[in-house]
Design a protein around this ligand. Structure first.
Ligand SMILES: [Zn+2]
Length: 492
């Protein structure tokens, strides 16, 4: 699983797919040990298969934090191993969890290539059910090489466990020959802006409402809506819809068309919505209720960005805000703090080191308040369903303005409040907290927030599609172009 941001120059090597705890891919029984009891789709599938007393063979798990395009060798090493290890004579069906917005140096549609290779190895009649992230850019190649594609229903992704259960239930029914999934896939030429992708809010919740009505219909096996991932420059960029019925192609098509057309008709409602940096910091500074959470949209770590953008901290210092908390990926500064030790004064340049898109480093002075191993667990249901976190050695510096600056050794998206609480920050006591994301941080931070503000920062995950230089989209797509919608339906 990998969400590949093709606008980042640095490529993603195979090491990034290895779990820091195991020092390798997670394999065999370790997969059960790692995910059982969690909220991941694997956790859901494991529980359902055990509940139905179905024997299963956990094979391998290679997950990397979102980042740049996957290196050719990494992709082939992982997929060759996966394909080699799965044999049709030792099992009756396959559940595979992919992201759907993976790009390798060789394949713009890397997920489609994974499914094609599995299909070729296992044969056309072998049941394959595949789960996908809600940010999938779904291709015809993916659609044609799986019996059923199941996409997370919510953003933030809180239903990962349920989709894993759904995948297990469906594969069992296919194996028993109780159902014959027949699907329709429609990808209208439109992209829903990342700042409008919260499925619990207007206007996207209106699409979700219609999707839920379709899913609730007894004649429907599975119905999915993918938001799309705007930072992958690929031909299939955009939102898409899937409806599977039990061998009723007309019904699949009618239902899929109805919701795709609804989304298309409302496309103007899904455009960019975020405040400028100075305005956002001013709101946070003046607020009598706190904390105000500023979500740094341009440095969306969960979308592959650097996790060290400095635009917000520069503005916080410029506006002389006190009592704030911010997190930077900055291994070099962590080491300097560790060398000095807890209680010692440090003077450092933090952030702005990964590339030239995220602002200049910020000079700070403060006291090293704490140093941790950066490991914690969070049993609450969080974006992506993860419960175990590891951001490497972590340092907390406090400035004389009661600015708490947390420095990490590994890039960790902010889906768990543990990122700041494990090192001693009480979010309720801060005036301003920054996070690096759009919707991903909300389940963790919203319970503490007086207000959450999306900030239109520059960076590799800039919210404005017009700032991105797309080269590989082979069709006109709204809002980049004034596209037209000619329904292109694919049935299987
Ligand atoms: Zn996602």
């Amino acid at each position: 699983m990998h969400e590949s941001n093709t606008f980042i120059k640095k490529t993603t090597p195979v090491e990034n797919f290895m779990n820091p705890h195991y020092g390798d891919f997670i394999q065999g029984k370790d997969i059960v040990e790692h995910f059982k009891g969690g909220n991941h789709e694997l956790s859901g599938s494991i529980d359902e298969l055990e509940k139905q007393d179905v024997e299963f063979l956990p094979k391998m798990c290679a997950i990397a934090t979102p980042s740049g395009t996957v290196e050719k060798e990494a992709f082939n090493q992982i997929v060759d191993k996966l394909v080699n290890e799965i044999n049709s004579d030792e099992c009756d069906g396959l559940i595979v969890n992919l992201h759907g917005a993976t790009v390798s140096e060789e394949y713009l549609d890397a997920d489609g290539e994974v499914l094609l290779r599995l299909r070729k190895k296992l044969g056309k009649d072998f049941p394959i059910v595949c789960t996908l992230d809600k940010h999938a850019n779904i291709s015809t190649k993916m659609f044609k090489n799986a019996d059923v594609l199941i996409v997370f229903r919510t953003c933030p992704h809180l239903d990962t466990y349920d989709r894993g259960v759904e995948a297990a239930k469906i594969i069992i029914e296919i194996i028993k020959k109780n159902i014959n999934p027949t699907g329709t896939f429609i990808a209208p030429p439109m992209m829903i802006n990342m700042t409008k992708q919260n499925t619990f809010e207007e206007p996207v919740n209106q699409i979700i409402k219609r999707m839920n009505e379709i899913s609730d219909d007894d004649s429907v096996i599975s119905a999915s809506f993918a938001l799309g991932f705007q930072f992958a420059d690929v031909p299939e960029l955009g939102s898409s819809f899937l409806v599977y019925t039990d061998n009723n192609a007309d019904l699949s098509r009618t239902k899929c068309e109805s919701v795709a057309e609804f989304a298309w008709e409302n496309r103007h409602k899904y455009n960019l919505n975020a405040l400028e940096v100075s305005e956002a910091v001013e709101i946070a500074k003046k607020s009598t209720e706190y904390p105000v959470i500023l979500n740094d949209v341009g440095d969306n770590t969960g979308g592959g960005s650097s996790a060290d953008s400095t635009f917000l901290l520069h503005e916080i210092i410029k506006q002389d805000v006190s009592n704030y908390c911010t997190v930077f990926f900055d291994p070099e500064s962590v080491e300097k703090c560790a060398q000095k030790g807890i209680g010692q004064k440090v003077k450092l340049f933090v952030g702005g080191k990964v590339d030239d898109k995220h602002g200049d480093p910020v000079e700070i002075e403060g006291v090293v308040k704490n140093i941790t191993d950066g490991i914690w667990e969070d049993s609450e249901i969080r974006h992506g369903g993860y419960t175990k976190y590891n951001q490497g050695k972590t340092a907390l510096i406090e400035t004389d303005k009661r600015g708490s600056i947390i420095l990490t050794t590994l890039r960790q998206p902010p889906q768990s409040i543990g990122q700041i609480t494990h090192i001693g920050i009480d979010p309720k006591e801060k005036q301003l907290i920054t996070t690096r994301g759009v919707i991903l941080p909300r389940p963790a931070y919203d319970p503490f927030a007086a207000k959450t503000v999306l900030v239109n920062t520059k960076g590799t995950t800039t919210a404005d599609l017009k700032n991105l230089n797309f080269k590989n989209i082979e069709r006109e797509i709204y809002p980049i172009n004034d596209a037209e919608f000619n329904i292109k339906v694919n049935d299987v």
